[in-house]
Design a protein around this ligand. Sequence first.
Ligand code: NDP
Ligand code: A1CAB
Length: 273
Amino acid sequence: MSATRREGLAIIGGGKIGEALLSGLVRRSGSDGIVVCERSPERAAELTERYGVPALGLTEAAARSRVLLLAVKPQDIGTLLGLLGGAVDPGHLVVSVAAGVPTSTIEAALPEGVPVVRVMPNTPALVDEGMCVLSAGAHADEAHLDEAEALLAAVGRVRRVPESQQDAVTALSGSGPAYFFYLVEAMIDAGILLGLPRTLAADLIVQTALGSAVMLRDSGEHPVQLREAVTSPGGTTIAAIRELERHGVRAALIAAIEAAHDRSVELGRMQDR
Ligand SMILES: NC(=O)C1=CN([C@@H]2O[C@H](COP(=O)(O)OP(=O)(O)OC[C@H]3O[C@@H](n4cnc5c(N)ncnc54)[C@H](OP(=O)(O)O)[C@@H]3O)[C@@H](O)[C@H]2O)C=CC1
Ligand SMILES: O=C(O)[C@@H]1CCC=N1
């Protein structure tokens, strides 16, 4: 079947990120032309009810859809490709969000010539503030990247990188929301320690995180300048910063992100076996 005869999108794997992308796409353009494939019938029914999209089997979804968005765990992608293989042809565009899984691995499991785009999204797609980073596989050209970008721009910002940078991207923006949530959790705990009610502590920290994020995005200033503007000589902030340095928080963050990168590489290698 040729690329021009098919349209529509199948989201294969309706878990956390599959739903985040689905919700944004439906908010932006409605549910027409979108189908989901889920292993669990209960989860499929939930997504159908929530977003008004039909749940189909893999073969039927592939026959109907131009873009196949693979949103299963890296550990499940080999099995999925085995089930999907014969139903895919070069008229499809396969978009994979699986962490660490190289386009070459996906291409090798599909018929020759199928275009594959690797994407690293993140969960703020749920509120249209996602960061999606794209890389082309061997058979994907500019038009395929444009098509994937047009789709994902519905849920936030999109950038393109060489595939060699995707493991680092995964560690930064893919996993990144978790680091911010973790920091916010810890800061709320500090408020509790200091005797504030939990709801008040949460309100203070969430608004502070939001305001700080908008300043980081819009002020044009470096994070160091923004931090220095808060840090009064002899004041409270420098007392806190000294503790962060003493406890090695900067080094811990760098090591944590390096570990996420290394795990992404490892997940990719597991696919080769
Ligand atoms: N969560 C995140 O923030 C991000 C995740 N990713 C990537 O997205 C992918 C999915 O992650 P996440 O959403 O967190 O994982 P989830 O486990 O929440 O979702 C995966 C879903 O796919 C289903 N599934 C597995 N195999 C099949 C199949 N053959 N056909 C149909 N459905 C299937 C699973 O069903 P079951 O529950 O039965 O296994 C599950 O519902 C991963 O590869 C991850 O690396 C990328 C960026 C961010
Ligand atoms: O934790 C994970 O493996 C996935 C990939 C990036 C974010 N979540």
